[in-house]
Design a protein around this ligand. Structure first.
Ligand SMILES: Nc1nc2c(c(=O)[nH]1)N[C@H]1C(S)=C(S)[C@@H](COP(=O)(O)O)O[C@H]1N2
Ligand SMILES: [Mo]
Length: 322
């Protein structure tokens, strides 16, 4: 298996201290206006994303949507990626995803809905006001980041499809095009990459359909032109480069669960008390802070979003439903 929780971090993985201090000072003095944060923090664009276009957004009014932790430097968030369609190494996606054609692009929304529809990307971009949300992202491998995403709640889109009474789950499918994605030659996962949520999880306001990050449209290695972001679940639930969203009556099969069901559950809620069979999940290493010598910080239940999402799992055995 390719998961290597203790693999070394690239030497570029060092927080620009001055930028951080300036940001913290600005936050204290209330100087940060809408949109100012990602600009203030933007590291020089990674060589693999030269054509990043700005994407305007208002800061999210949603409770819990603006982490107060300093965002991970952009160059780390765009240079250390999991996107197995382009290879299993963290630097494969930044290296190879540049070839991905993201226009034209469309997303089919269908299944148990009254109004199935194929949406063009342009329609999706105009569907709802863009919000900036600063979320912690915790990978199941034991590392984490803080990313300023841009997008809107997935429920804005699902609502418009008019789910019927049989709609209990949502299946998400990523693009799988062997001509553009060299990683598809490997059988490490069953392609296309699919993920799934229970309907109430999909309709939770924190569940984000993201089109951008760091004040710009999504870099290809981060899942352009649109992806999911689920801040309280392990990163693999946040499927990239979506082409289909299907509402279903039965729980959908998901790629990681099919590959190793005893290691990757359907829910995959971040939980420091439920270890991965091969490593502890009690702590995490924040990418961009102190490199290999960084002290690990404790992992929080639901990645710190228990106040917002805990009620979704009331009465459930989280060990059994991992
Ligand atoms: N289609 C697809 N989506 C994916 C993945 C992938 O390999 N393919 N990797 C997942 C994992 S394991 C993580 S941690 C996050 C990483 O997102 P990032 O590279 O933008 O930080 O994307 C998730 N979404
Ligand atoms: Mo991950």
């Amino acid at each position: 298996m390719p998961w290597r929780p203790d693999s070394p971090i690239p030497s570029s993985d060092i927080t620009p201290r001055e930028t951080l201090q300036r940001w913290q000072q600005q936050r204290r003095s209330g100087l940060l206006l809408a949109g100012a944060l990602p600009l203030a923090l933007s590291a020089p664009a990674a060589p693999s994303s030269p054509a990043a276009k700005p994407l305007a957004a208002q800061r999210s009014p949603l409770p819990g949507a603006l982490s107060t932790e300093p965002p991970t430097p952009r160059e780390d968030a765009t240079g250390y990626c999991n996107f197995y369609e382009f290879g299993t190494d963290k630097t494969d996606p930044p290296r190879y995803a540049g070839a991905l054609r993201t226009s034209p692009w469309s997303v089919m929304v269908d299944g148990e809905v009254g109004k199935p529809k194929r949406w063009d990307l342009e329609q999706l971009l105009a569907l709802a006001p863009m919000e900036e949300r600063i979320y912690r992202l915790r990978c199941v491998e034991g590392w984490s980041m803080v990313v300023p995403w841009i997008g809107y709640s997935l429920r804005e889109l699902i609502r418009r499809a008019e789910p019927n009474s049989r709609a209990k789950y949502v299946e998400f499918t990523s693009l799988a095009d062997p001509a553009q994605m060299p990683g598809l030659r490997s059988s490490v996962l069953a392609w296309p990459y699919t993920e799934g949520l229970r309907m109430d999880e999909a309709m939770h306001p924190l569940t984000l359909l993201a089109f951008g990050m760091y004040g710009e449209v999504l870099p290809k290695q981060n899942g352009a032109p649109l992806r999911l972001v689920l801040p309280w679940k392990y990163g693999f639930k946040s499927a990239k480069s979506l082409v289909r969203i299907r509402l279903t009556e039965q729980p959908p099969a998901t790629s990681w669960n099919r590959a190793a069901p005893q290691e990757y559950g359907f829910f995959a809620n971040v939980n420091p008390q439920v270890d991965h069979p091969r490593w502890s999940q009690a702590s995490e290493r924040r990418i961009g802070q102190g490199g290999l010598f960084a002290r690990k910080s404790p992992t929080l239940l639901f990645n710190g979003y228990a106040e917002q999402v805990g009620s979704l799992y009331a009465g459930m055995d989280l060990r059994r439903n991992f």
